[in-house]
Design a protein around this ligand. Structure first.
Ligand SMILES: C[S@@+](CC[C@H](N)C(=O)[O-])C[C@H]1O[C@@H](n2cnc3c(N)ncnc32)[C@H](O)[C@@H]1O
Length: 194
């Protein structure tokens, strides 16, 4: 059912309070200067594209249906491509935003994606990641249930994400946050010095 873009688009908006927590994280962590470029990696149906109004933005996703829906919904650029093998030249982006991708990817696929991000991000660029983690409290039954029903099969604890991301990037900041009943991790990554 979630493969249907319209259902995914509205359900995600309802369950996340129109992405209010994610939008707050982006406000806190992303500083976009004039003429800088933003890649929204695994943008889905473009749920946060409107946050990047008046910015040189491109959203990519592996799902043709989601990208078609996003194109119809927002006056922005969207492209079908695989995060593990990006069709962009080296040092194309100043900012990369990744919301909710990595709990869908195995460790091997996460590392391939990280390698591609390291290649396509400028030396001075930054990555902001928000992803799902298992419920912090065992009493959070609704959180547990929602994670079980999720299509993603690779929920990780913050330390496990840290080990994977740290292989290709410097971790500037990491923390946990919550939009009840969902717990998330936030990572801000910089390029490793050469
Ligand atoms: C939980 S959704 C998040 C979508 C969007 N970022 C959001 O927050 O609404 C995960 C997305 O990852 C996409 N995805 C999964 N594997 C991918 C891959 N290898 N390359 C690009 N996108 C991928 C899915 O199609 C889906 O749109």
């Amino acid at each position: 059912m979630l493969n249907k873009p319209r259902i995914f688009f509205y359900l995600q908006r309802i369950l996340s309070g129109n992405y209010s927590r994610v939008r707050q994280v982006l406000k806190d962590e992303v500083r976009i200067q004039q003429n800088q470029t933003v890649l929204d990696l695994a943008c889905g149906t473009g749920n946060i594209a409107d946050f990047f109004d008046a910015v040189d933005y491109i959203g990519i996703d592996i799902s043709q249906d989601y990208v078609k829906f996003a194109k119809a919904q927002f006056k922005k650029e969207f492209l079908v491509t695989d995060a593990r093998q990006l069709c962009f030249s080296d040092a194309s982006f100043d900012h990369v935003i990744v919301i909710g991708l990595f709990h869908h990817l195995s460790d091997t696929d996460t590392l391939s994606t990280m390698r591609e991000l390291s290649r396509t991000l400028r030396r001075s660029g930054h990555i902001v990641i928000v992803d799902a983690i298992p419920p912090v409290s065992r009493l959070n039954i609704l959180g547990m249930l929602s994670r079980k029903l999720d299509r993603g099969k690779y929920f990780r604890y913050i330390g496990q994400y840290q080990r994977l991301f740290g292989k290709h990037f410097v971790i500037r900041r990491k923390y946990q946050t919550r939009w009840w009943p969902f717990d998330y991790c936030v990572f801000v990554l910089d390029q490793k010095p050469v």
